[in-house]
Every structure is written in structure tokens, then in C-alpha cells.
Design a protein around this ligand. Structure first.
Ligand SMILES: NC(=O)c1ccc[n+]([C@@H]2O[C@H](COP(=O)([O-])OP(=O)(O)OC[C@H]3O[C@@H](n4cnc5c(N)ncnc54)[C@H](O)[C@@H]3O)[C@@H](O)[C@H]2O)c1
Ligand SMILES: [Zn+2]
Ligand SMILES: [Zn+2]
Length: 345
């Protein structure tokens, strides 16, 4: 089969690889029909995730058709259409039993990281019964690909951890796929005002179409001063960090109101300065974490009922064999006006 393989920092190639087979009775082999590229894949290619070894197949998102199941798999059979979760979970360990799937004793985020991933013609999914979800007949597969990672991430680590409530004023710093997924899923709780902050004018325009009430363009205006102006000096109830650099976490610390929440979603590679001398007196909560994907079944229902439409995040489409070009487009997102790219087998 063909697969997109990491070949060390800055290097990747679409190469011939052995087709994966069943290794444990709980494994499921899936023929990938649609996949995508995540900002995290770009981090890996930069060499930011040293646990990824040369030769690893990248990708942790996608949908497909079950090709083969191990002897212990009960929920799936060959021919079933499935959604692949970016987080693998056994369903039986202590952390899985409290829905902390990100910290499964025999799983977590391993796909396209510690084991071969979804940017390939076939992928082996460990603990298939818990790590795959059945797709209903006629479902929008492109929308479902957004449920592998970005929608649960924005919802769980941004909206739920940030405790967004009806009427709240919230700010989302970063209008990439994760910031946009946070914007879409925040609407389940009817926030009164959603302020989106980014330097990319195109992404801010898209954010307005998706329901942002105000946008602030970094570089053109002082984001902290503008948020304070928009909120009559009070700040925001929830400040959500969706970039992963110290500057944006700092903005969140400065714009959070008394009694508010800072929800950090971004993956950070360096330490940030925590201004506890200003924050202690403000009765705020700070949260951070890795997506558990425990909300995936709920998000599938909201998709099915039309309450949310993540398919609108898809800006570009390619054949799976054309993935090297897709990386070129996604890697130059601002120039290409790209948000999510879909690769179809
Ligand atoms: N916690 C989790 O489980 C989890 C899961 C997936 C992704 N992530 C992380 O979420 C973050 C966002 O992911 P993404 O795919 O949307 O990334 P992305 O790179 O596509 O988007 C980031 C956005 O931030 C903007 N930006 C950069 N610097 C900025 C600044 N100083 N001020 C305002 N905006 C700025 C960029 O223009 C871009 O639009 C990344 O750090 C990613 O690794 C976390
Ligand atoms: Zn991802
Ligand atoms: Zn587990």
C-alpha cells in the first residue's frame, strides 16, 4: 500500500509500505476512504515531537471501511463504515473508566505518533471496539472527519473546560481549525458575544461568517486594549487560547474578567509566565489538557441533527495519492486561504 511517511525533520514522502495486519485480537484494520492533515502533523514535520520516529506513517484523523477484525472485536465486521478517533482507548483501564481516554494505559494519542497513522491506504486501529464509531447510512463523511480530532478538542478543552454559559462574553485567541471548532461548538451554549483574535484577515472573515460577533486583527490593533474597550473594561468571561505560544496565553491572562476562566487548548513547547500576582485576586480558573474524545458520540448526534455543520471548515480537496501537494497547500494556509483539506481515496 501507499502511505505518507515521516523521514526526519523537514522530510516526508509518499512511499510503498507493507499493508498492516492484525497484531492483537482487539485490532481492526480499516481501509481509509477520507483523511486530513492537522496542524500537529506540521509540528511533527518541524521536529517538534521527538517521539515520532523516522518511517512513521502520519495522520490521526479519518473515516473508512472495516477491512478485517481481530478475534475479540465484537462491535464491527468487515464492510462497516467507521469514524476513526484520534485517541485510542481500551475502555477497561482506570482512566478509561472515568472517560480520561487521553490517558488510557494502552492508548491515548498514539495514531500517527507512536504507531502508524491514517495518511495511508490502510491503518491498524488498536482497541477497535472503543476507538472506532459506526457511521450511519448517508452521513456526511467530510463533516465526520472533523470529528476525529478538531471538534472534540475545541469542545472539550475549550468550551467545556472553559465553562461557557448562555450570555457569556468569550474570546478565542487563534482562528485556525481548532479555534474555529471552538467557535462552532461554543454555540451549543449560546454565548452572548464571541470575540475572535488572529492576524490572518481571511480567517477572521470566515470567523464572522461562522458566528463571531467581533474580530480583532493582531498587528493592526492592540488586542488587549480592544477587548477591554468592547467589554467596557470588564474583560471576558472565558478566554480560550488556541495557538500554543506564550504571547497568546499572555493575552488570555490580561483579558479574563473577575470570576472568569482561561481555557488553554494550544500545545506549548516553551514555558509561559503565569501572572499569579494579578490573577489570584480575580477568582479565576485555568484549565488545560489533551482531548479525550469522550464527547464524540454526542457530537455525532449534533451533526446528524444539523445542529452543527463542521463540513464548512473544508476548503480544499485532493486525491489521497496527491497528499504531497495537499501538505504544500496546508503548510501555506494563509497564502492559500486553507482551513481543512480533505484527502479522498
Ligand atoms: N489540547 C489538545 O488536545 C489539542 C489537540 C489538537 C490541537 N491542539 C493545538 O491547538 C493549537 C491550534 O491548532 P490549529 O490546528 O488550529 O493551528 P493553526 O496553526 O492552524 O492555527 C493557529 C492560528 O493562530 C494564529 N496565530 C498565531 N500567532 C498568533 C498570535 N500571536 N495572536 C493571535 N493569533 C495567532 C494563526 O494565524 C493561526 O490562524 C495548536 O497548538 C495545536 O497543536 C491541541
Ligand atoms: Zn490533530
Ligand atoms: Zn484504557
Amino acid at each position: 500500500m501507499k502511505a505518507l511517511v515521516y523521514q526526519g525533520p523537514g522530510q516526508k514522502d509518499w512511499v510503498e509500505k507493507a499493508k498492516p495486519g492484525i497484531e492483537k485480537p482487539t485490532d481492526v484494520i480499516v481501509k481509509v476512504t477520507k483523511t486530513t492533515i492537522c496542524g500537529t502533523d506540521l509540528h511533527i514535520l518541524k521536529g517538534d515531537v521527538p517521539a515520532v520516529i523516522e518511517g512513521r506513517v502520519l495522520g490521526h484523523e479519518g473515516v473508512g471501511i472495516v477491512e478485517e477484525v481481530g478475534g475479540a472485536v465484537r462491535n464491527f465486521k468487515p464492510g462497516d463504515a467507521v469514524l476513526i478517533s484520534c485517541v485510542t482507548s481500551c475502555g477497561a483501564c482506570a482512566n478509561c473508566k472515568r472517560q480520561l481516554y487521553a490517558h488510557c494505559a494502552d492508548g491515548g494519542w498514539i495514531l500517527g505518533h507512536l504507531i502508524d497513522g491514517t495518511q495511508a491506504e490502510y491503518v491498524r486501529i488498536p482497541h477497535g471496539d472503543n476507538s472506532l464509531y459506526p457511521i450511519a447510512e448517508g452521513a456526511d463523511e467530510e463533516a465526520l472527519v472533523m470529528l476525529s480530532d478538531i471538534m472534540p478538542t475545541g469542545f472539550e478543552i475549550g468550551v467545556l473546560a472553559g465553562r461557557v454559559k448562555p450570555g457569556d462574553t468569550i474570546a478565542i485567541v487563534g482562528a485556525g481549525p481548532i479555534g474555529m471548532a471552538t467557535l462552532l461548538t461554543s454555540q451549543f451554549y449560546s454565548p452572548g458575544r464571541v470575540i475572535m483574535i488572529d492576524m490572518d484577515a481571511n480567517r477572521l472573515e470566515v470567523a464572522k461568517q461562522f458566528g463571531a460577533t467581533d474580530v480583532i486583527q493582531v498587528g493592526q490593533e492592540d488586542s488587549v486594549a480592544r477587548v477591554m474597550e468592547l467589554t467596557a473594561g470588564a474583560g471576558v468571561d472565558v478566554a480560550i487560547e488556541a495557538v500554543g505560544v506564550p504571547a497568546t496565553f499572555d493575552v488570555c491572562q490580561k483579558i479574563v474578567s473577575a470570576g472568569g476562566n482561561i481555557a488553554n487548548v494550544g500545545v506549548h513547547g516553551t514555558s509561559v509566565e503565569l501572572h499569579i500576582e494579578d490573577l489570584w485576586i480575580k477568582n479565576i480558573n485555568i484549565s488545560m489538557g489533551l482531548v479525550n474524545t469522550n464527547t464524540t458520540p454526542m457530537l455525532m448526534k449534533t451533526l446528524q441533527s444539523g445542529k452543527v455543520d463542521p463540513a464548512k471548515l473544508v476548503t480544499h480537496r485532493f486525491g489521497l495519492h496527491d497528499i504531497m501537494n495537499a501538505y504544500e497547500v496546508f503548510g501555506n494556509a494563509a497564502r492559500e486561504k486553507a482551513m481543512k483539506v480533505i484527502l479522498s481515496a
